[in-house]
Design a protein around this ligand. Structure first.
Ligand code: ACO
Length: 703
C-alpha cells in the first residue's frame, strides 16, 4: 500500500475511541483524557454502548452511530472483541486503526492478528499495532496513547517496537533536552512497519531525523530499500544482538553471522547510522535532528581548556574523525584571538583566559572558513566567564558568520550555569553536551550520515556467466541421494557455473584413476577425501598436499581412504579428489548465510588463523556490487595486509571484489537452494594475478 494510506493514522482530522471508558485509570479513559489534554484540534468520538458522556464528550453506542467520517479509530477493547470492532470500523469507512490492545502474536495468537489485518485490509484500512502504546505528535497536537504527555517538542521522530521504552523516552525527552515531533509505537507490526513509516516520514515536514528502536524486522530487505531512499538521517538502536543462529550453523560463515554483524551490514547498506546504546541514541538524535550533515573530514575544535581539547581529540580518533592541523592562514588569524601561550593548531586552545570576545571572533572566523567542514566548540566553566554569555556569544557568532549548512556541536563542562546555558543553546538549534567526547561523537554521526549516503550510489551486482540450470542439476542430484550438503567437487562445480575461479578438481574412484588424473593435471597435486559424511576433511586425515610423483599418489590414496574409514566407519566414500596445487597466496574466506530476516547474506574476511581466532570478517546483504565489495576489503582489521605490507605487492583487490560480486549473485540466484556456503580458503594473489577458490562447501536448504 502507498504511503498516502497512512495519512489517516498520522494526520487524523477525526478520531474515534472504541472502548472509551467511564472509569478513571483504565486505558480507555486515559487515552481520551490524553487526547483532550494534548489540545487535539480534530473531532473526538468516544464509543461505548453503556455510557452517555465521558469527560464532557457525547458517547456513541457504536461507531456506525457517529454522524461524521472517521480517519483513525483507537481500539481499546479486549482482544476477543477487536476483530468485530475492526469490521464495524471498516464498514464505517475508517482509514486506520490504532490497536492498543494486547493478546495477539506476542502471546501466540498469530491467527487473531492475521484475521485483524485481513479484516482491515478488506476495507483498505491500515493497522498500527496491535500491542502498542499509541501514536503521539506535537505538530498534530495528538496524544492518542496512554503515555502521559506529548514529548519535548522537536524535529526527531521516534519509532519504537517497545511500548514501555517509548513511554520512558517520552518522559526523558525533557530531562535530556532532546525534542521529538512524533513518537510512534509499532508493537507487533502486524501491518504498518518500520519501512512504511520511513517512507511516510521522508515527506513529513515536521520530521528532520528518524530515530528507531528495533528488536527485529519482518522484512529486512524492504527496510533497506526504504532507508536507502530516505533523504533524512535515520539512526537505529538494535536490541538483541547477542545469540542468533550461531549454535546450529554448519559452515564457518554460519557460525560467524550473528545478528549484530548482519544487522550492521544491513544498516550500512540502507545508509542507517547506528547508536551504541540508549544514551548514544539520544545524543546522536539531538545532533541529527538539529544540524546539517558534515560533508568533509576537516573538523576544527575550539576550546578554553587543554584537557577537554585532548579528550575531544582522542574522541575524534575513536569515532573516525581524526584531527588535522589547521592550515597556516587559519592559524594566523586565530592567533590574534588568544594569548601568546595559546595554540591555533587544532584543537584551537584559547586558554582559560578566553572570554566572550575571543570565543566570538574565533567561532565566527572558523565557521565561515572554507577549510572547516564541522566545528566543535568546547567550554570549561571558569570564574571569570558566564556560561550563558559564552553560549549566547557562540550563537551570535554563528549567525554573524553568514554561513549555513555546516554542522556545529558544543560541549559545556561545568555545573548548573553550564546546564542552563546548554538548554538555551539547544533551544536555539545548537546541540550541546556535558562532555567533550559526546560533542565529537555527535559530529561523527553527522559525518557518518554524509559518508553513508555517498556509498549508496555504488553499483549493484551483475550476474555474468551464469549457468543456473547446470547448478540446479548438481543440487537436484544431491537431493535425490537424500543429501543435505554438496561434496567439495559438486560445490566447486556450482561455483564455477557462476564464474568463480576454482582449482581444477577431479574425482578418482580407484588408485589407477588417481595416478592417471594426477598426470593429466600435472604435479604437484593435492588429494582430498570426498564423502558427504565427512565435511571436516582435515580432521579426518583426509587431505594430503604437495604430492609430487606417482608413488606418492598411490600411497596418499591408500592412507586417505583408510583414515576416512577409521574416522567414520560407515562413511559413504565417493572417492578421492585430485586437484591442481595452486601456488600459495594470501588466504581469504568467502561465505554466505541465508539470514531469516535479510535473506542471502555475504561474508568476506582473512582466512586461516585470522578467521579462526580473530574473526576478522565483514558482512553485506547480497547482492553486493563491486563498489561495496571493495569497501568490505577495506573495513576488515587486516585490510593493510591486502594493501601490501613490508614491501609485499598489493593483492588483487579488484578481482577479489569482482569475485565477491559473482558469489553474491550466485547466493541470490540460488536463494531457494543454498542455506550456507563457504569458499575457504580462497587464495588471493598480487595485483593482476587474481584469485583461486581452493576449497568449497555448500549446505542445502531443507525442503
Ligand atoms: N464498543 C465500545 N466499547 C465497549 C464495547 C463495545 N462493543 N464493549 C465494551 N466496551 C467498553 C467497556 O464497557 C469498557 O468501558 P467501561 O470501563 O466504561 O465499562 C471499555 O470498553 C473497555 O473494556 P474493558 O472490558 O473494561 O477492557 P479493559 O479496559 O479492562 O482492557 C485493554 C482493554 C486495555 C485494551 C486490554 O485488553 C489490554 O489489551 N491491555 C494491555 C494494553 C497494553 O499494554 N498495550 C501496550 C503494550 S506496550 C507496553 O507494554 C507498554
Amino acid at each position: 500500500m502507498n504511503k498516502e494510506s497512512l495519512i489517516g493514522l498520522m494526520r487524523p482530522k477525526t478520531i474515534a475511541i472504541v472502548g472509551a471508558s467511564t472509569t478513571p485509570g483504565k486505558i480507555g479513559y486515559t487515552v481520551l483524557k490524553n487526547l483532550l489534554a494534548s489540545n487535539y484540534e480534530g473531532k473526538i468520538y468516544p464509543i461505548n454502548p453503556a455510557a452517555d458522556e465521558i469527560l464532557g464528550l457525547k458517547v456513541y453506542p457504536t461507531i456506525s452511530d457517529v454522524p461524521d467520517s472517521i480517519d483513525a479509530a483507537v481500539i481499546v477493547v479486549p482482544a476477543k472483541m477487536v476483530i468485530q470492532m475492526a469490521d464495524e470500523c471498516g464498514k464505517k469507512g475508517v482509514k486506520g486503526l490504532i490497536v492498543i490492545t494486547s493478546g495477539f502474536s506476542e502471546v501466540g495468537r498469530r491467527d487473531l492478528e492475521e484475521e485483524l489485518v485481513t479484516t482491515s485490509h478488506r476495507y483498505g484500512m491500515r493497522v498500527l499495532g496491535p500491542n502498542i502504546v499509541g501514536n503521539l505528535s506535537n505538530s498534530e497536537k495528538l496524544n492518542a496513547s496512554f503515555a502521559p504527555f506529548l514529548p519535548l517538542p522537536g524535529k526527531a521522530t521516534l519509532i519504537s517496537q517497545s511500548g514501555a521504552l517509548l513511554i520512558a523516552i517520552d518522559a526523558a525527552t525533557y530531562t535530556r533536552r532532546v525534542g521529538f515531533d512524533r513518537l510512534v509505537s509499532i508493537g507487533n507490526m502486524s501491518d504498518v512497519d518500520f519501512a512504511d513509516l520511513v517512507e511516510f516520514l521522508d515527506d513529513d515536514p515536521n520530521t528532520s531525523c528518524i530515530t528507531l528502536y528495533i528488536e527485529g524486522f519482518k522484512d529486512g530487505r524492504r527496510f533497506i530499500e526504504a532507508a536507502r531512499k530516505s533523504r533524512k538521517p535515520i539512526i537505529a538502536l538494535k536490541a538483541g544482538v547477542s545469540a542468533h543462529g550461531a549454535a546450529a550453523a554448519a559452515s564457518h560463515t554460519g557460525s560467524l553471522a550473528g545478528a549484530a554483524k548482519v544487522y550492521g551490514a544491513a544498516f550500512q547498506q540502507g545508509g542507517v547510522i547506528q547508536a551504541t546504546d540508549l544514551d548514544n541514541l539520544f545524543d546522536r538524535t539531538l545532533a541529527l535532528s538539529l544540524q546539517p550533515p558534515m560533508t568533509g573530514d576537516n573538523l576544527l575544535i575550539i576550546t578554553n581548556g587543554g584537557g577537554v581539547g585532548v579528550l575531544a581529540t582522542d574522541a575524534g580518533e575513536r569515532y573516525d574523525l581524526p584531527l588535522k592541523f589547521a592550515p597556516a592562514d587559519v592559524q594566523a588569524e586565530l592567533k590574534k584571538h588568544m594569548p601568546e601561550f595559546g595554540s591555533a593548531k587544532n584543537p584551537v586552545d584559547l586558554t582559560g583566559m578566553a572570554g566572550t570576545d575571543w570565543y566570538n571572533a574565533s567561532v565566527k572566523f572558523s565557521y565561515a572558513h572554507e577549510w572547516v567542514d564541522g566545528l566543535v566548540v568546547l567550554y570549561c566553566e571558569t570564574a571569570m566567564t558566564d556560561p550563558m554569555e559564552i553560549a549566547q556569544g557562540i550563537h551570535q557568532a554563528l549567525v554573524d558568520s553568514g554561513v549555513t549548512g555546516k554542522p556545529v556541536t558544543v560541549s559545556f563542562v561545568g555545573g548548573e550555569k553550564s546546564e542552563a546555558a546548554m538548554t538555551w543553546l539547544v533551544e536555539h538549534g545548537i546541540p550541546a553536551y556535558p562532555a567533550p567526547d559526546l560533542a565529537v561523537n555527535a559530529m561523527a554521526a553527522l559525518r557518518e550520515f554524509s559518508r553513508l549516503k555517498a556509498t549508496l550510489t555504488e553499483s549493484d551486482s551483475s550476474t555474468a556467466l551464469v549457468n543456473r540450470a547446470a547448478a540446479l542439476e548438481v543440487i537436484a542430484k544431491a537431493r535425490a541421494e537424500g543429501r543435505g550438503a554438496l561434496t567439495e567437487i559438486e560445490a566447486k562445480q556450482v561455483f564455477s557455473f557462476y564464474g568463480l575461479p576454482i582449482t581444477i578438481t577431479k574425482l578418482a574412484k580407484t588408485e589407477e584413476e588417481a595416478v592417471q588424473l594426477a598426470k593429466e593435471i600435472g604435479f604437484p597435486i593435492v588429494m582430498k577425501i570426498v564423502s558427504p559424511e565427512i565435511l571436516h576433511k582435515s580432521d579426518a586425515g583426509g587431505v594430503k598436499v604437495n604430492i609430487k610423483d606417482e608413488n606418492a599418489v598411490r600411497e596418499a590414496f591408500r592412507t586417505i581412504w583408510e583414515n576416512a574409514l577409521k574416522y567414520k566407519p560407515d562413511a559413504n566414500v565417493h572417492g578421492i579428489a585430485i586437484q591442481e596445487m595452486a601456488p600459495w597466496g594470501t588466504e581469504v574466506i568467502l561465505g554466505s548465510v541465508n539470514d531469516p530476516t535479510f535473506g542471502p547474506t555475504m561474508m568476506f574476511g582473512l582466512g586461516g588463523i585470522f578467521v579462526e581466532v580473530l574473526k576478522d570478517v565483514t558482512f553485506r546483504v547480497a547482492p553486493v556490487g563491486t563498489g561495496q565489495a571493495l569497501r568490505m576489503l577495506g573495513e576488515i582489521r587486516g585490510a593493510p595486509i591486502l594493501a601490501g605490507v613490508r614491501g609485499e605487492a598489493p593483492r588483487d583487490r579488484q578481482v577479489m571484489a569482482e569475485t565477491i560480486n559473482a558469489y553474491s549473485a550466485m547466493i541470490v540466484d540460488l536463494a531457494d537452494e543454498i542455506s550456507e556456503s563457504d569458499a575457504n580458503p580462497v587464495l588471493l594473489y598480487e595485483e593482476g594475478k587474481g584469485v583461486k577458490v581452493v576449497d568449497a562447501r555448500i549446505i542445502l536448504k531443507k525442503k
